[in-house]
Design a protein around this ligand. Structure first.
Ligand SMILES: NC(=O)c1ccc[n+]([C@@H]2O[C@H](COP(=O)([O-])OP(=O)(O)OC[C@H]3O[C@@H](n4cnc5c(N)ncnc54)[C@H](OP(=O)(O)O)[C@@H]3O)[C@@H](O)[C@H]2O)c1
Length: 315
C-alpha cells in the first residue's frame, strides 16, 4: 500500500474503525506520543495496557484520559522499567498471565540525548539499553503470545537512526570510548530498526503470522529532551519546538497508531510524516536508508543481543 492510498492528507485517525474487543500494549504512555496514542485507541473503544515505569505518573495520565474520554475506558497498568532486564522479565510475565490477547505491542518509550554517559542496571549504555536491548528481550518474551493472537509489533524509531556513525559500533557498542549523546541515541534507534527488519525476515522464513512495522513520529512537541540533555540540545530544541517545523505530540502519535491499526500495510517500510525533512506533513511511507536492511549486520546484532539479554529465540 503506498502513501498515495491515504490521499493528499496522508493517514489520519478518522481511518480507525471501532476497536471494541481489541487490546493494545504501549510502552511510555504517561506523556508524549505514547499518551496520545493511548488516547486515540481508547477513544475508539480499545483496551490499552500501559507499560510504564512510574505508577504515580501513570495514575495521573489515566485520570486525565478518563476526564477527557469518560470513566468507562478500559485502561490498565503494568510496571515496566526498560533500563532493567529483570523488570522487563517481570513485566512480560505479568502480561502473559493477565492479558489474554494482544492485538499490538507498541514499543514507543525511549530516552534521548543523555549528556553524560550513563549505564542501565545491566551495564549497557543507557540509550542502547532502554531503546534497543530491552525491546529485543520484551519481544522475545511476548512473541508466542502475540503469535497466538495473530497480532503485530510496532517499533517507534527516529529519523536520528541515520545520524551518528550510520552503523552499529560492534567493536564498542556501549561507548566505553568516544561517547557522544546523539551518536549513542542514533545507534540505539538504528539497532532497533536493523533488529525489526531482521525479525520480519525470520518470521517469514518460519512461516509465523506476527506482523512487524517500523515508524517514527517526525519532530513532535513532547518531553523527549529532558534536563539531562546537553544545554545546547535543550536550547536548540526549545527554539525548534516553538517553530512551525515541529508538530504536536498528537500528530507525532499518528504513525504508531496507523501501524497498530491499519490493514494491509507493507511491512518492509518505514512510516512517518512525509513532509519537509520527514519532520511533519502527511503520514505515509518515508524514505529509508538501505543500511537498515543490512543482513550481515543484523545477524551479528541478533547473536550479540541474545547473549547480552540472556535469551534465545527458537526461530
Ligand atoms: N519527540 C520527537 O520529536 C521524537 C523524534 C524522533 C523519535 N521520537 C521517538 O518517539 C517515541 C516517543 O517519545 P516522545 O517524543 O513521546 O518522548 P517523551 O514525551 O519523553 O515520552 C517518552 C516515554 O518513555 C518513557 N520512558 C523513558 N525511559 C523509560 C524506561 N526506562 N522505562 C519505561 N519507560 C520509559 C517515559 O516515561 P517517564 O515519563 O517516566 O520518563 C515516557 O513515557 C520515542 O521512541 C522517541 O525516541 C520522538
Amino acid at each position: 500500500m503506498s502513501t498515495q492510498y491515504f490521499g493528499k492528507n496522508g493517514w489520519t485517525p478518522e481511518r480507525i474503525k471501532n476497536l471494541h474487543g481489541k487490546t493494545y500494549l504501549i510502552t511510555g504512555t504517561n506523556t508524549g506520543a505514547g499518551f496520545e496514542a493511548a488516547r486515540m485507541l481508547l477513544s475508539k473503544g480499545a483496551e490499552v495496557v500501559m507499560l510504564n515505569r512510574s505508577e504515580e505518573k501513570t495514575l495521573k495520565a489515566i485520570d486525565s484520559l478518563k476526564e477527557s474520554i469518560g470513566s468507562h475506558i478500559k485502561v490498565s497498568f503494568i510496571k515496566l522499567d526498560l533500563s532493567s532486564l529483570s523488570s522487563v522479565r517481570r513485566a512480560a510475565e505479568e502480561v502473559i498471565h493477565k492479558i489474554p490477547h494482544i492485538d499490538a505491542l507498541i514499543c514507543n518509550a525511549a530516552v534521548a540525548q543523555i549528556a553524560t554517559r550513563t549505564l542501565t542496571a545491566d551495564g549497557f549504555e543507557m540509550q542502547l539499553g532502554v531503546n534497543y536491548y530491552a525491546y529485543f528481550l520484551l519481544t522475545q518474551l511476548l512473541f508466542d503470545k502475540i503469535e497466538q493472537s495473530k497480532g503485530r509489533i510496532v517499533y517507534v524509531s527516529s529519523e536520528g537512526y541515520k545520524m551518528g556513525l550510520k552503523r552499529i559500533k560492534f567493536e564498542d557498542m556501549n561507548f566505553n570510548e568516544g561517547y557522544a549523546p546523539n551518536t549513542a541515541y542514533a545507534q540505539s534507534k538504528l539497532a532497533l530498526m536493523v533488529f525489526a527488519y531482521e525479525l520480519q525476515r525470520r518470521i517469514k522464513k518460519a512461516q509465523k503470522q506476527v506482523k512487524v512495522y517500523v515508524c517514527h513520529p517526525g519532530a513532535a512537541k513532547t518531553s523527549l529532551i529532558r534536563p539531562n540533555a546537553p544545554w545546547l540540545t535543550r536550547a536548540t530544541w526549545w527554539i525548534l519546538a516553538h517553530s512551525p517545523l515541529v508538530q504536536s505530540a498528537e500528530k507525532g502519535a499518528y504513525p504508531e497508531v496507523m501501524c497498530a491499526t491499519e490493514e494491509n500495510l507493507k511491512q518492509e517500510a518505514f512510516y512517518g510524516p512525509t513532509g519537509f525533512m520527514q519532520w511533519s506533513g502527511p503520514v505515509g511511507e518515508c524514505k529509508v536508508e538501505p543500511f537498515v536492511f543490512d543482513e550481515t549486520a543484523a545477524a551479528k546484532l541478533w547473536a550479540i543481543s541474545e547473549e547480552a539479554t540472556h535469551c534465545k529465540w527458537t526461530f
